[in-house]
Design a protein around this ligand. Structure first.
Ligand SMILES: Nc1ncnc2c1ncn2[C@@H]1O[C@H](COP(=O)(O)OP(=O)(O)OP(=O)(O)O)[C@@H](O)[C@H]1O
Length: 256
């Protein structure tokens, strides 16, 4: 099987406190395979360790133990990073750049040929509804506009693996619809989306397979339909317990 990502017996403990004597065990022995092609949901309550797994996959943080692969290669194969797009919840883009400058900057960093860059930037800005604001500095953008720009930035290198970490936070209805379209296009093109969320209905709508992470451990992994069936009929109490708060969060208006 070709894989988009694998984690084998992965641990991540963040050092904390004076002289790093304390520690937070964010990921505890995770073994997980994200197959290439399709939409994989990584689901779990706050502080479950979802973003930590993403950071390990993107070489933004190093595992304390275990092995991670990205697009079939070990993490030190940096070339695979140029085939990944990453959109997350809180973008800290340089605010003095214009939208077009930002996309050109990220496109250049990820190796987009310069002959293609201008056209791609124009197309993406149109796609995310920012064509008329392309020459304005990001400092003037609302949170939703920054999120739309974040989506364009994640697509600028035409990635094979798109990682979306809580992508709908701050997006309006139109932005969410756009995001769903992008996810479905990736799926039809045989590419991979890793969707991280604490909102079960969002994951339910888009994902083929999911892993549920609780307190740094994978408590379930498999096709979404099977997991929901098992949880519903109460066959698996641990899974039911893990999923309930995610539904409740949605019902209370925590949905993205
Ligand atoms: N740089 C860090 N230093 C110390 N602890 C950290 C660091 N980053 C994350 N943690 C801790 O690791 C645990 C997992 O955090 P992580 O952000 O991976 O969870 P998450 O599932 O993505 O949560 P959320 O849904 O709230 O974003 C939490 O207890 C968090 O406080």
């Amino acid at each position: 099987m070709t894989t988009a990502a694998t984690f084998e017996k992965v641990e991540k403990t963040y050092k904390t406190g004076p002289f790093g004597r304390g520690g937070v065990a964010a990921v505890r022995g995770v073994t997980l395979t994200v197959p290439a092609g399709g939409v994989f949901g990584l689901l779990g309550p706050n502080r479950a360790g979802k973003t930590t797994l993403v950071k390990l996959l993107l070489s933004l943080s190093a595992p304390t133990a275990g092995t991670v692969t990205r697009l079939g290669q070990p993490l030190d194969h940096r070339g695979t990073l140029g085939r990944v797009g990453y959109m997350h919840e809180n973008h800290a883009f340089p605010r003095y750049l214009t939208a077009a400058e930002l996309l050109a900057f990220y496109g250049g960093l990820s190796g987009v040929p310069s002959a293609e860059l201008d056209g791609r930037v124009e197309n993406l800005l149109a796609r995310v509804g920012l064509a008329d604001r392309k020459s304005e500095p990001i400092a003037r953008f609302s949170k939703g506009m920054v999120q739309r720009l974040g989506l364009a930035q994640a697509l600028v290198n035409d990635p094979d693996l798109l990682v979306l970490d809580e992508p709908t936070e701050g997006l309006d209805l139109g932005g969410r619809q756009l995001l769903r379209e992008v996810v479905r296009e990736f799926k039809s093109a045989g590419k991979t989306v890793l969707l991280v969320s604490h909102v079960l209905p969002e994951v339910q709508e888009l994902c083929d397979r999911i892993a549920v992470l609780v307190a740094g451990r994978v408590v379930h992994e498999g096709p979404l339909s099977e997991l929901l069936k098992d949880a519903k009929v109460g066959k698996d109490r641990a899974l039911e317990g893990a999923l309930r708060p995610l539904y409740e969060q949605h019902d209370k208006g925590g949905a993205a």
